[in-house]
Design a protein around this ligand. Structure first.
Ligand code: MRU
Length: 354
């Protein structure tokens, strides 16, 4: 299979990359039954892929946003610079595809800053520089994930059951993963562990993606429904919780997939350490607390149906927030590429940015 080969015992899942002037990505709506790499040469199509979660996970949609600017630039074949600039400005709209994961805005803003700096160059040079910047964003993400793995894996010991929620793995990043990157690093360091994966309703990222991804690496994983985390902790099956993040406020409050908050409360109640793994690009200097983080609400069909099959009463009222905010007081540590931040987070996060 394309980009799914074993490299020294660890599968290389390449979620998103650029080849032949096209963005190639694994369509995550089809997993685990179908592994399909889609080619995309149109920024509006890429935007739809983000909205429909064909590409998902905070760092992965950041990379997609950056590549979206490249696709916009490449779509222009004329020599009128003003027209070219309009096409790129229009491409920038991709940053509104989803509101919660700040990595999307962060990556698109980074591309637009480069664009502003090199506006005086030729159209061909601008296209080339934008491509190089997007490639840097993708490669940096892969390197950062490995660094987080190195900083984070000492928190995991042989014999641990490690609960994770949603998918914060290779599929949610350019490769390797954040929370699953820490788990991969622990396994690479020879630790014998078992992962517990919450199914993660409504869209089942845990059941469909995390179990698939860990299976590729032969990392032992047990699937549980979201309402089984409590009994799993009480029975002593879970020693650590590690999740990813979509946006972290300056006081440490963390937005992640809906259901993360209740896992954090259960972890506190059961004296289980609860860790967040996220790159620095996931921190939002403009969000003072979790109240400043916009929470995406999605279509009610995601709740009333599972994989196209109705499971709820027709016409029923639905509330479908895609994320929730875990207050900082429940978080034992935040694993970043620069090390593990400890409470009080307003202080440790301030130091990170100074
Ligand atoms: O709606 P999704 O699937 O994009 O949500 C993804 C998550 O909540 C992940 O946990 C988060 O983006 C971190 S991914 C490294």
């Amino acid at each position: 299979m394309e980009y799914l080969n074993l490299i020294s015992g660890v599968t290389m899942i390449k979620t998103i990359y650029f080849e032949d002037n096209k963005v190639k990505y694994i369509d995550q709506t089809l997993l685990p039954s179908t592994y399909k790499v889609v080619s995309c040469s149109d920024v509006r199509e890429l935007e739809i892929a983000i909205k429909t979660l064909a590409i998902r996970g905070a760092p992965a949609i950041g990379v997609a946003g950056a590549y979206g600017i490249v696709l916009a630039a490449l779509s222009y074949n004329g020599d009128d610079k003003e027209e070219f600039f309009k096409v790129i400005k229009d491409g920038e709209k991709i940053k509104n595809a989803r509101p919660t994961a700040v990595n999307l805005m962060w990556a698109v803003d980074r591309m637009m800053n480069v664009f502003s700096r090199i506006k005086n160059q030729s159209i061909d040079e601008i296209k080339k520089e934008l491509f190089l910047e997007a490639e840097r964003i993708r490669k940096e993400d892969a390197e950062i994930n490995r660094k987080m793995g190195q900083h984070g894996h000492p928190l995991i010991s042989t014999g641990d059951g490690v609960l994770t929620h949603c998918n914060a793995g290779a599929l949610a990043t350019s490769e390797y993963g954040t929370a699953l990157g820490v788990i991969r690093a622990a396994v690479e360091a020879g630790k014998k562990i078992r992962v517990f994966s919450d199914e993660t309703r409504p869209l089942l990222q845990g059941a469909r993606l995390t179990t698939w991804e860990l299976n590729q690496d032969r990392i032992p994983v047990t699937l549980i429904c979201d309402n089984m985390a409590g009994i799993s902790m009480r029975r002593g099956l879970i020693q650590k919780v590690i999740v990813g993040a979509d946006r972290i406020a300056m006081n440490g409050d963390t937005a992640n997939k809906i259901g993360t908050y209740q896992v954090a409360v259960l972890a506190k109640e059961n004296n289980v350490p609860f860790y967040v793994a996220a790159p620095i690009s996931t921190f939002d200097p403009k969000a003072r607390t979790g109240d400043d983080i916009p929470i995406e609400e999605r279509n009610k069909d995601e709740v009333t149906h599972i994989q196209g099959i109705r499971i709820a009463t027709e016409g029923i009222d639905v509330f479908n927030p895609a994320f929730d905010v875990t207050p900082a007081k429940y978080i034992s540590g935040i694993i970043t590429e620069k090390g593990v931040l400890k409470p009080p987070y307003d202080k440790s996060i301030k130091e990170l940015f100074s």
